[in-house]
Design a protein around this ligand. Structure first.
Ligand code: ADP
Length: 486
């Protein structure tokens, strides 16, 4: 990895606690990070435990008190510095990301700039954590509302966007005056550590952004939930773990930001611009090799254009080039683990057993390892696993539907409610369908909806809270009301 970097000091093999880089865990245990494209070990890191997490929380608790007293402008200027460093080092950050996670280098670079956009946005918002003045309820009363940072925030993040998922939690926390103890996924901790290096260079005071490294996530999660110095947990990951954190967090009535599993429908009506719909499906389904929570998981295509859509989609999917993310021209990397490949295979074989057909792909790629062929399934029906569970891989199951009512019912028939997409040119249908879809986000005639200026988040069992936009900082602040008698 080091020979791929202009600045090798960005690749760190130590945890970050307070102002210190921690080379060894208390127990002396370590864990390895491997490149999923090659299986090569790229780093060996200290494997920390609950006591070490408590130590990081204590340091964060202390540091936060001073940070909260800084002006919004001072906090903004640190985030501005971090933004500039992220952009200046985007190539190196992308190489670290590709090495640990596998996505193509160009996509990794895109993720870094996407992560940086949250740092920019929340840096700007730091100056605008406005309160309110409310006319008093009695003639001698004056009422003011102020917003204060919640305090120490625990952040647990996944491997699919090792930089952006953390940046968009860290930036609002720091902007609001909070301190953070983060625990990145053990598959992809290097991007988090690189971010900590840059935060230090940007002048973020010690103790405000800590990175704890561990393979024992349940213990770290427990400490974050049970330690009374923590006031909020922000988590992106699986639904099961989100529920565990919610249960554990109940003890302390923790504030929770949860981004869990998705099961996004992608609907193409007969009147859609088919070429645009195919392009939308390409980004929405195959971006990050299908490993995003906003990825189209179920494609519903109206009967009149079903065959034409499948044909056009297959033509485009054939152009995807699978390979090592560092190879020029590669547009799909490996999946992250054996478990992910097994799940994709299981979903495909379950669908085939129940009568689905393979229009394209369907197997492990000839490269072996964790590479999988981009796949399209037709003749898919609602009883199949692909209809109910998040596949998190490059498989597009294409369902046929007849009417608007039918497709809305099918689309909403899931406990998850993050992203949804549909294509139509009919203005009244656009509003009808957009309002009927039970999702936090609706892409209309577009397959790409993530941006720092809009509220990312969902309803039902997807989770709670919103990331990005003017709403995104709310979760990191508490409202306090002052009643003054004159
Ligand atoms: P994924 O399928 O994306 O790996 P997980 O929910 O398993 O989803 O992982 C997301 C993050 O949650 C990772 O950082 C992982 O280490 C962490 N994690 C897993 N189990 C727990 C747990 N019981 N408590 C807290 N964090 C956990």
């Amino acid at each position: 990895l080091l020979d791929k970097l202009n600045d090798p000091t960005l690749a760190v093999d130590k945890a970050r606690v307070g102002g210190e880089w921690v080379a060894e865990s208390d127990s002396g245990k370590t864990f390895e990070v491997t490149n999923p494209a090659t299986g090569e070990v790229i780093a060996t890191l200290p494997d920390m435990n609950r006591v070490e997490t408590a130590r990081a929380i204590a340091v964060a608790y202390k540091a936060q008190k001073d940070w909260a007293k800084r002006t919004g402008k001072e906090r903004a200027s640190v985030l501005r510095g971090l933004l500039d460093l992220m952009v200046a080092n985007a190539d190196d950050l992308a190489a670290i990301l590709t090495a640990e996670m596998g996505k193509p280098l160009a996509e990794a670079r895109g993720e870094i700039l996407y992560g940086a956009s949250y740092v920019e946005w929340f840096g700007e918002e730091a100056k605008r954590v406005y309160g309110d003045v409310i006319p008093g309820h009695l003639s001698d009363k004056r009422i003011m509302v102020i917003r204060q940072p919640v305090g120490v925030v625990g952040a647990i993040t996944p491997w699919n966007f090792p930089n952006a998922m953390l940046a968009r939690k860290m930036a609002p926390a720091i902007a609001a005056g909070c301190a953070m103890v983060s625990k990145p996924a053990s598959e992809t901790p290097l991007s988090a550590l690189a971010l900590a290096v840059l935060a230090e260079r940007a002048g973020l005071p010690p103790g405000l952004f800590n990175v704890v490294l561990s393979t024992d996530s349940p213990s770290i999660g427990k400490e974050m939930c049970e330690n009374d110095k923590v006031r909020k947990i922000t988590f992106t990951g699986s639904t099961n773990v989100g529920k565990i954190l919610m249960r554990q967090g109940a003890e302390q009535v923790l504030k929770l930001g949860l981004e869990l599993g998705g099961n996004a429908p992608f609907i193409v009506f007969d009147d859609a611009d088919l070429d645009a719909a195919v392009e939308g499906a390409m980004v929405s389904k195959y971006r990050n090799n299908g490993q995003t929570c906003v990825c189209a998981n179920r494609l519903y295509v109206q009967a009149g254009v079903y065959d034409a859509f499948v044909e056009k989609l297959a033509d485009r999917v054939k152009t995807i080039k699978v390979g090592d993310g560092f190879e020029p021209g590669v547009t799909a990397g490996p999946l992250i683990t054996d478990k992910s490949v097994a799940k994709v295979e299981e979903h495909i074989s379950d669908a085939l057993e129940q009568g689905a057909k393979i229009a394209l792909g369907g197997k492990r790629d000839e490269r072996g390892g964790l590479f999988f062929q981009p796949t399209i399934l037709t003749g898919v029906t609602t009883g199949m696993k692909v209809a109910r569970e998040e596949t998190f891989g490059p498989v597009a199951p294409v369902f046929r539907f007849e009417t608007e009512e039918e497709v809305i019912e099918m689309a909403n028939n899931t406990e998850f409610g993050l992203a949804s997409y549909f294509y139509s040119k009919d203005m009244s249908k656009i509003f009808r369908v957009a309002e009927a879809l039970e999702y936090g986000m609706v892409g209309i005639n577009t397959g790409l909806i993530s941006t720092e200026v809009a509220p990312f988040g969902g309803i039902k069992q997807f989770g709670q809270g919103r990331e990005g936009s003017k709403y995104g900082i709310d979760d990191y602040t508490e409202i306090k009301y002052l009643c003054l008698s004159i």
